[in-house]
Design a protein around this ligand. Structure first.
Ligand code: NAD
Ligand code: MG
Length: 305
């Protein structure tokens, strides 16, 4: 069977067998260089370029998505645009090639897009990022905190200080800073969505730094949701299971684990980024007005508390 996931002629609203919607991939046991590019993935991931159909659920909304260049963030950006939102994406400068590809797809969907490269570890950039997004979009009412770092190590003692601090900085500290900076712009009806992980509940021995940040994100999401609900700002999280994105083959998994990636789920296959997008759309849209402090698991069938 071809491992190209782009060949689908259906969309996310077509009734189909979730086991067979995408092939069960067996990625090569090889690491991608750096933090990984969607453009270099084998097999290619489905960001919904051809398979996500909008139904007008985010008309006129203005969204900032961190890590919007690739993987889950890119699929969310494409879905938001198809649903009628204008979108700003931020990402590491070395991933600009992926970002420009996503920007082109958003423009083809008839929406405004801003591409804002920078490092989420840089405090000054956090402020510049919000200012630039607000300026480009004419406001802000959706913030998706999705950018993240995941590096697998053979054993716990191989997690050095540099990796430990970078993982906490990017995955959780940046969320605090970005919410604080964005808050003055968020009017009642706005939505904040944080990307957490199955790792918050089922930490892998190879990912203890990463898994700890995801547990922190779950807690932060619930607390922030309570704090901001009286202002009419809803906060929720999405917890992906194993999703085929550049994060995984660029050090997120040990290379020898890649061929089996996602096979332990109920569906027996890894998820594709676009399969996450409807969860973000739902939590961003006014239709989820009474959903607050929730974690929506999208994991192909892995029991969670
Ligand atoms: P991805 O590599 O496509 O996206 C992560 C993005 O984060 C990168 O594109 C990069 O631009 C951005 N980023 C990383 N470090 C940064 C920094 N210092 N400054 C600015 N941006 C930075 O991978 P993805 O899997 O789509 O990851 C998105 C989110 O999903 C992450 O929070 C990840 O932890 C989470 N997640 C992924 C999986 C999975 O199986 N892929 C499972 C659970 C949770
Ligand atoms: Mg990327």
């Amino acid at each position: 069977m071809s491992q190209d996931t782009h060949t689908t002629t259906t969309d996310q609203l077509t009734l189909q067998d979730p086991v067979k919607r995408y092939p069960s991939i067996s990625p090569p046991a090889e690491a991608l260089p750096g933090t990984g590019l969607d453009a270099e993935m084998t097999p290619k991931a489905d960001l919904g370029e051809k398979s996500y159909r909008g139904t007008g659920r985010l008309e006129g909304r203005k969204a900032l998505i961190t890590g919007g260049d690739s993987g889950i963030g890119a699929a969310t950006a494409i879905a938001f645009a198809r649903e009628g939102a204008d979108v700003a994406i931020t990402y590491l400068p070395e991933e600009d090639q992926d970002a420009q590809n996503v920007a082109e797809i958003i423009r083809e969907s008839g929406r405004t897009v801003a591409t804002i490269p920078g490092d989420l570890r840089d405090k000054a950039f956090t402020k510049k990022l919000v200012d630039e997004a607000v300026k480009a979009l004419g406001g802000l009412d959706i913030l998706v905190n999705n950018g993240g770092k995941q590096v697998a190590t053979e054993s716990f003692d191989k997690i050095d200080d540099e990796q430990l601090e970078a993982t906490f900085d990017i995955n959780i500290l940046a969320m605090f800073r970005l919410v604080r900076t964005a808050l003055p712009h968020l009017k009642p009806g706005s939505s904040i969505i944080n990307t957490t992980s199955i790792q918050a509940y089922q930490p892998s021995p190879t990912l203890l730094d990463y898994a700890s940040t995801k547990a922190a994100i779950n807690n932060f999401t619930k607390g922030l949701a309570e704090a901001l609900a009286p202002q009419g700002i809803r906060v929720n999280a999405v917890a992906p299971g194993p999703i085929w994105t550049p994060l995984q083959p660029s050090g997120g998994q040990l290379p020898e684990d890649l061929p089996e990636f996602g096979k332990a789920t109920g569906l027996g296959r890894a998820g594709q980024p676009t399969e996450l997008a409807p969860a973000y759309v739902f939590l961003a849209s006014p239709e989820s007005s009474y959903v607050i402090g929730e974690t929506l698991n999208v994991n192909g069938g892995m029991p969670t508390p």
